[in-house]
Design a protein around this ligand. Structure first.
Ligand code: ZN
Ligand code: ZN
Length: 407
């Protein structure tokens, strides 16, 4: 049996519902997608429940499930994956948060959750807080894009069950982190001390003095949210015998990949936004296939259009993706397995993730050819009706890597 390489393309939030503005078609159904349709014709197709029927999957829990890591076992919050996405070093048992650099007044009332969308200087601000030690717990801080950052707590007796400090609105006082379980008392207490300390340090920081002199809002506090515990995750290569790489724009998905040992291939065109260089993503993915067995590509734009509730925009996004898929089909070596699906539906009628199943196609030179078009309605006529956790098992079979069960 010829062992094959594979590429798994996840069109983030691409699944949708019938939309009145599109003559009651879904955006994917309405869009003109000749390239996706041409590969669907040579593929097995069907519908996939990213986690289980009716479960509204997050991007993180869905990607974990699709990669074969049970989110019900390993997921307590998105913090650790965000932190890993910023290249922070995480050890199992660390507690991590996503954070904003924000602006508060002297009573700790939030004036701006994003500190005037600060663009520069957050590296210095993060550095001023990094490696702080309170009692026996160490705090690590790393800046992200604009006002975003991540925080990691490391020490004995910590728990992820603490509430957010970020009040998620302005004009109100920052929240005290509260223990959601008895075991989290220490974590909540030390986190609150750290946040107060961040205010004391940041309000005097030269970066903020300069900002104030320029009439800008100071980034004078760090507000954590989304606590989670870094899980132990079996290494991807050990689990599947495939060396994995990924081309993704969003730190959250990049972080999931890093934590399982799938290597991120970074390039400046992968923005995780509408303007992402989709053809460039596939160029990098195909190049990566020379030295890796498996490449994950995530394209975030459909999800954004879904959250923005813009069906026409989502149609345009799908057509742009189709153009990039056409490019992929031209450059991809023969006999590479291609799987195209979504991590969840983000219907434009809802503006958030829903539990509707998503279309999936699985292509190899010799797969059963049963598809017609790549969309929710056409793929529903195919043979597959699967869950996210079954994708890797099917991939191992189609790439001729699966172990035989029995004689
Ligand atoms: Zn998603
Ligand atoms: Zn989303």
């Amino acid at each position: 049996m010829q062992i094959r390489k594979s590429i798994l393309v996840i069109l983030d939030g691409a699944g949708d519902r019938a939309n009145e503005k599109l003559a009651y078609k879904t955006p994917l159904e309405y869009a003109s997608t000749p390239n996706l349709d041409s590969i669907a014709k040579k593929s097995m197709v069907g519908l996939m429940d990213p986690i289980a029927p009716g479960i509204r999957a997050g991007s993180d829990t869905s990607h974990l499930n699709i990669l074969g890591y049970d989110p019900y076992e390993v997921y307590t919050g998105r913090g650790p994956f965000e932190a890993a996405g910023l290249d922070m070093d995480l050890k199992p048992g660390d507690i991590a948060f996503r954070c904003n650099f924000s602006t508060v007044d002297e009573n700790l009332v939030v004036l701006d959750r994003r500190a005037g969308r600060i663009k520069e200087g957050t590296r210095e601000l993060a550095e001023a807080l990094n490696r702080m030690k309170i009692e026996d717990v160490e705090f690590f801080v790393k800046e992200g894009v604009e006002h975003r950052a991540a925080l990691v707590m490391r020490g004995p007796g910590l728990s992820p069950f603490v509430s957010d400090v970020d009040p998620h609105e302005k004009g109100v006082k920052i929240h005290e982190a509260k223990p959601l379980k008895e075991v989290a008392q220490k974590t909540a207490r030390l986190l609150n001390l750290f946040v107060k300390k961040s205010y004391e340090i940041l309000k005097e920081h030269p970066v903020n003095k300069r900002r104030e002199a320029e009439g800008k809002l100071p980034a004078n506090i760090l507000l954590p949210r989304g606590a989670g515990m870094a899980p132990h995750l079996e290494n991807f290569q050990k689990k599947y015998g495939m060396k994995g790489a990924c081309v993704v724009g969003t730190p959250l998905i990049r972080g999931i990949c890093k934590m399982v040992g799938i290597e991120p291939i970074d390039f400046s065109g992968a923005t995780g936004s509408y303007d992402t260089d989709m053809r460039g993503k596939f160029d990098h993915a195909v190049k990566a296939l020379r030295s890796y067995d498996f490449v994950l590509v995530n394209i975030k734009a459909p999800d954004i259009a879904g959250h923005d509730m813009l069906p026409q925009k989502k149609v345009v996004v799908m057509e742009k993706i189709d153009d990039a898929v056409g490019h992929l089909l031209e450059i991809i070596p023969e006999d590479v397995v291609v799987i195209i699906t979504a991590d969840h539906s983000t219907p434009c009628t809802v503006g958030d993730h829903t539990g509707d199943p998503v279309p999936i196609l699985i292509y190899a030179a010799d797969t059963r050819r049963e598809g017609e078009e790549f969309n929710e309605i056409s793929c529903a006529k195919g043979s597959l009706r699967i869950r996210g956790k079954e994708v890797m098992r099917i991939l191992l079979n189609i790439t001729n890597r699966a172990e035989k069960f029995g004689a």
